[in-house]
Structures are given as structure tokens and as C-alpha cells.
Write a protein that binds this ligand. Structure first.
Ligand SMILES: [Zn+2]
Length: 251
């Protein structure tokens, strides 16, 4: 992996140069985290997708920025994103931060699509009646709602993580795909709580997140029962182990 970007000087507009250069970089340097093969590009303006793996058909969307990614990223149309998530067709996100002075990739993170659930999707206010696309509704992806399992760090401050570690973490996150996309928000949300605890934890520890979970899922009135159910799901997925009654261990 060569972290240098080749500025596409054929373009005049700075954001266009950045977009084309980072896309070219991903095509030449990045790979499919599922099978390790090189990526292929979709035609410009394809909704949701920028790249796919010709080997295993995994799909990816690139988001490039010269600034550090914060707790959320802008996405496109709300209904397209929601439908994509519910149909298990939403792509994994490649978050690429580049240094615009030295023209190199400084950070690269992959967000596994299994961890991009309806809980991560926040709708934005529709565009006003006077806007050109009046009523158009965008959305943001809340990165802080993504479990750590699905946040696969690849480059951090110029240091590259080995490819086998990336493929291994991908395989782990893949397990969440065994659940239905409609139900995955709850599983991922409880997993994100469990990740904040010590590796061995109690049911009471997880109940301490009851309020947060109730805010995220206002329609559910039985949050504690839901927590217990999700712990069973996490056990069946091989992500949590039941040690003794009311005591669990993260795997
Ligand atoms: Zn692949």
C-alpha cells in the first residue's frame, strides 16, 4: 500500500481533484476486506456505491476528507439509504482522510456494512420550499453508534495495519449479517454497550445502558427484556459467552 496520492491535475476545482485522486488511490491501493481482491469502480453518479469486489461482490462507498472524521458523516438521500440498509444492500464505508499539503493518505478506516444499521441513520430537515430540490431529505450516518467491531482501522497517522488483521476483523463483523437487517439495530446497539464494559460483565452492567437504549428505541417499552434477548443473539453469533447466570464474557 503506497500512501502517496497522485494529484489529478486535469481538473481545476479542488474538490474535484480530491475526489478523482482519492478514488484512483483506492482503486490502485485498497482491496476488498472480505476476500482480499482488488476493487473495481462503478460509473460516476451511481447511487450508494463507488466500488465493488469482482470476486465476492461486496460493495463500498468512499468518503474522503482532508479533515478528521467526527462523530458523524453526511450521507445522501434518506429514503435511499434506509431502503439500502433494510434490503442489506447498503455498502461498507471507506473513510479516507488525506493530508492536503503533503498529498498523502493519513488515515483510512472501513466501516463494515453489518454495523451500519437503522440506528446509525439520522434524517436531516427536508430542504425548504424555496430550494431547487424542495422537500429533498438527506441524512447523516452516526459513527458514534457503530460498534467498535465494525470499525476496521487500516491506516492510522500513516501507519498501515497488516492485511490479514483487516480480513480477520471483517470476518468477525460479518457475523452480524446472520441477523435480519430490521432487527440488527438492536443487536448492534447492545453490542456497542457491551464493548464499553470490562470483558467479563453482568446483566446489571448492561442494564445501566437502559436509558440510552430506550432513547434510541422509543417504541420499545420492554428494554430490559430486549437486552436479555439481544445477549442471547450475541451468544448465538459467537460474540458473547454465558459464564454463569447473569454473568457474561465478550469474545
Ligand atoms: Zn471481495
Amino acid at each position: 500500500m503506497d500512501l502517496r496520492l497522485a494529484p489529478e491535475t486535469a481538473y481545476k476545482n479542488a474538490s474535484q481533484i480530491a475526489r478523482v485522486s482519492t478514488e484512483k488511490w483506492a482503486l490502485d491501493n485498497f482491496y476488498c476486506a472480505s476476500c482480499g481482491a482488488g476493487l473495481a469502480q462503478y460509473p460516476d453518479n451511481t447511487p450508494l456505491y463507488d466500488f465493488h469486489s469482482p470476486e465476492c461482490q461486496e460493495k463500498f462507498q468512499l468518503k474522503a476528507s482532508k479533515r478528521q472524521f467526527g462523530s458523524s458523516v453526511l450521507d445522501s438521500e434518506y429514503s435511499t439509504a434506509l431502503e439500502g440498509i433494510l434490503k442489506d444492500a447498503y455498502p461498507s464505508l471507506i473513510l479516507l482522510r488525506y493530508d492536503a499539503t503533503r498529498w498523502v493518505v493519513s488515515d483510512l478506516e472501513l466501516i463494515h456494512r453489518a454495523c451500519l444499521t437503522t440506528s446509525c441513520l439520522k434524517r436531516r430537515k427536508p430542504l425548504s420550499a424555496t430550494a431547487r430540490r424542495a422537500g429533498w431529505e438527506g441524512c447523516i450516518i452516526s459513527l458514534s453508534s457503530v460498534p467498535a467491531l465494525g470499525r476496521i482501522g487500516i491506516v492510522r497517522n500513516g501507519n498501515i495495519r497488516p492485511k490479514r488483521a483487516i480480513l480477520e476483523q471483517w470476518k468477525q463483523s460479518n457475523r452480524l449479517l446472520e441477523t435480519e437487517p430490521q432487527a440488527r439495530g438492536w443487536v448492534a446497539d447492545v453490542l456497542a454497550c457491551v464493548e464499553k464494559l470490562y470483558s467479563t460483565f453482568t446483566l446489571e452492567n448492561v442494564y445501566s445502558f437502559e436509558k440510552d437504549l430506550a432513547t434510541k428505541h422509543p417504541k420499545n417499552l420492554h428494554v430490559r427484556a430486549k437486552i436479555r434477548q439481544q445477549l442471547q443473539v450475541l451468544r448465538d453469533l459467537g460474540l458473547v459467552e454465558f459464564v454463569s447466570p447473569g454473568v457474561y464474557r465478550r469474545l
